[in-house]
Design a protein around this ligand. Structure first.
Ligand SMILES: Cc1cc2nc3c(=O)[nH]c(=O)nc-3n(C[C@H](O)[C@H](O)[C@H](O)COP(=O)(O)O)c2cc1C
Length: 189
């Protein structure tokens, strides 16, 4: 098991992202994925706006075609290598959830707070995946900043892609990475 689920603190201390390209089957079944999203939605949000939503991507061929078409439209001279990278991006891991920031226009809650809540929902989805025995990886990359990709996924103007969260089972051990020097990021005031 790649995450230590023996206690909440042990889980938080051992959870780490999986590289999406290394995530293999099995992914969560439909009931487990629904539970995962329910857990992810238990995220702090000022004003109870739920200013985020989840798009489960079932059709990877369609996603690859959407991303490649958008990429070619923006970069007509794209090389075969670039196109292959976009195709590969769309096909990683058995399960993919796109987290959209979906701020409520006209709310008195500042946009910044709503977008922070969307980021928190993304992180919470990583935690939910880990807690249910899977690994997940959060990517943005070129597709996350393409209006055409966002629109093709059903995102309205004003919505933004917060992340592509790829979920599955690690095909290899999850390596630890350097963590922040706590002395540099904690102070007393
Ligand atoms: C908003 C956001 C976008 C990211 N986009 C990418 C990306 O496009 N490509 C990448 O290699 N890593 C990206 N990462 C980093 C990965 O998620 C990385 O694997 C992660 O930071 C590993 O940390 P962890 O083990 O503590 O979860 C992104 C992280 C965040 C928060």
């Amino acid at each position: 098991m790649f995450n230590d689920l023996s206690s909440p603190a042990a889980f938080l201390a051992t959870r780490r992202s999986g590289k999406p390209r290394d995530l293999a089957a099995p992914g969560p079944d439909d009931a487990t994925l629904a539970r995962m999203l329910e857990l992810a939605a238990r995220t702090p949000d000022h004003g109870k706006l739920a200013p985020w939503r989840f798009v489960i991507v079932d059709d990877r061929d369609r996603l690859a075609a959407l991303i490649i078409e958008a990429y070619r439209a923006e970069r007509p001279g794209a090389s075969a290598t670039e196109i292959a990278a976009m195709d590969q991006f769309a096909r990683q891991a058995p399960t993919l959830v796109v987290v959209l920031s979906s701020p409520r226009a006209g709310s008195h809650i500042p946009l910044f707070e709503q977008e922070m809540s969307a980021g928190a929902a993304c992180m919470n989805l990583l935690h939910a995946a880990g807690a249910l025995g899977f690994a997940a990886g959060w990517l943005t990359g070129w597709p996350a900043f393409s209006d055409a990709v966002r629109g093709g996924l059903g995102g309205a103007a004003g919505e933004r892609i917060v992340g592509f969260v790829f979920i599955g089972t690690p095909g290899r051990a999850l390596e630890e990475r350097p963590r922040p020097d706590m002395d540099k990021i904690v102070c007393r005031w």
